[in-house]
Write a protein of this length. Structure first.
Length: 165
């Protein structure tokens, strides 16, 4: 049986700390982060990803990471939704977010922050995936019919990739 739902967890790329007057929420990506997000988006696309929707934290670094992935996949920003509740969200908050999804989209991604993203990845993958480095991508596929089933299900497959160096 083919997996019915694919959930991809993406930790935002490296952010720029050179502007101490900026709020945490408004911090942009640094040059390495920009390059890593473009590269990881390309690699994710080459892996065969077909995102229906990407949900991103409203933080600048998460939004920019999401846009880089969409660009690499040749998708426009109508495939992105910014979600206030994903900004610095805990594992529990993101599990609730996934459980509340009621649409038929087959493949979605969430772009967010540590430590919540790593905690969520460990919980959902049921593996020791370690702490997700910046711009790490973990794709989980599930033999389920709806998003509310995902938090309690075991993944059929787990794929992980991250920038080197």
């Amino acid at each position: 049986m083919q997996p019915m739902k694919k959930l991809t967890l993406i930790r935002h790329a490296n952010s720029n700390w050179k502007h101490p007057g900026l709020s945490d929420h408004d911090r942009p990506l640094n040059k390495k982060g920009e390059m890593d997000a473009s590269e990881m988006g390309r690699r994710f696309s080459e892996h065969g990803a077909r995102l229906d929707k990407i949900y991103a934290s409203t933080a600048m670094r998460a939004r920019t990471t999401a846009l880089k992935f969409l660009d690499a996949m040749k998708l426009d920003d109508s495939h992105m939704e910014l979600e206030d509740e994903l900004y610095l969200a805990s594992k529990e908050m993101m599990l609730g977010f996934i459980s509340d999804l009621e649409h038929d989209d087959a493949e979605i991604a969430i772009v967010g922050h540590n430590p919540g993203m790593s905690d969520l990845a460990k919980h959902l993958s049921q593996m020791d995936v370690g702490d997700m480095p910046t711009c790490c991508v973990i794709e989980l596929s599930y033999d389920v019919n709806s998003w509310p089933e995902v938090p309690a299900a075991s993944p059929a497959t787990v794929w992980q990739d991250y920038p080197q160096g």
